[in-house]
Ligand binder design. Structure first.
Ligand SMILES: [Zn+2]
Length: 251
């Protein structure tokens, strides 16, 4: 029985993950995500039903369009698989409790952010404005302790990135700033600081690796959104463990 529920959450995750790819690819171009068939980004050939099966279609087509052999971005199967894993993990970690739905909503938001930020280096206002009221409602129904922690998290998240933008003169964008403000509502003050710390550490390591490997010029931009997303997920699920560890380490 348990195995069946795991599988259902995984399948739900990969199907929605596939939808998040479509939303993330179309929203910045102002194309409807609900209408219109999916097509190859290069030759525009409409995809057949079997080319729309999450993950499997990518594997069987060996990552290429069957018509023009255009290499499809590995971001699509990555998002599908990651969403499947995160949905399953949420169920394992949280169980069928009232906070499961807010968690799945947060994951959905973050996955679309990864798609738009990696593909276009932007986080659309439309996306932020769609999830902002949802997260505010969630924090009214399920307040953090103390209740104003969500406001603190949002303000500090926003200001932290604003500070980085001023210091680094554009190392991060206004999109990251607004994103982290929205994330702050869900995380609260402590976890927002923790996720920022994780994002900067991981982002710094990968940035250094790319610079040393000469894979990127110093001036070329690496989207920072995915690192904020990673930090958010880690502190959302493991924040209490990490902070307890940190405190016991400092004592
Ligand atoms: Zn094609």
């Amino acid at each position: 029985m348990e195995g069946l529920v795991f599988t259902l959450f995984f399948i739900l995750g990969i199907i929605l993950g596939s939808f998040f790819n479509v939303v993330g690819l179309r929203m910045p171009q102002n194309i409807s995500s609900v209408h219109g068939h999916s097509s190859c980004p290069s030759c525009k050939k409409q995809l057949q039903w079997y080319e729309l099966i999450p993950i499997l279609s990518y594997v069987f087509q060996r990552g290429k369009c069957t018509h023009c052999h255009y290499s499809l971005s590995p971001i699509y199967p990555f998002i599908e698989f990651t969403t499947g894993c995160l949905f399953t993990y949420s169920y394992v970690h949280i169980g069928l409790t009232p906070t499961l739905l807010p968690t799945l909503l947060l994951i959905s938001f973050l996955m679309i952010v990864v798609v738009t930020d990696i593909t276009y280096m932007i986080i659309p206002n439309k996306l932020l404005l769609f999830f902002l009221p949802l997260f505010v409602c969630i924090r009214i129904i399920y307040p953090l302790e103390p209740f104003y922690d969500a406001v603190l998290g949002a303000v500090v998240g926003f200001l932290l990135i604003a500070l980085i933008i001023i210091i680094s003169r554009g190392g991060m964008g206004a999109g990251d700033m607004k994103l982290f403000g929205v994330i702050g509502i869900m995380l609260g003050l402590q976890y927002v600081l923790l996720s920022f710390f994780i994002a900067v550490c991981v982002g710094g390591l990968i940035g250094a690796y790319l610079l040393i490997g000469k894979k990127k010029e110093r001036k070329s931009q690496v989207p920072f959104g995915p690192f904020l997303v990673l930090g958010t997920m880690i502190s959302y699920f493991y924040g209490d463990v990490l902070i307890t560890l940190y405190v016991s380490f400092m004592m």
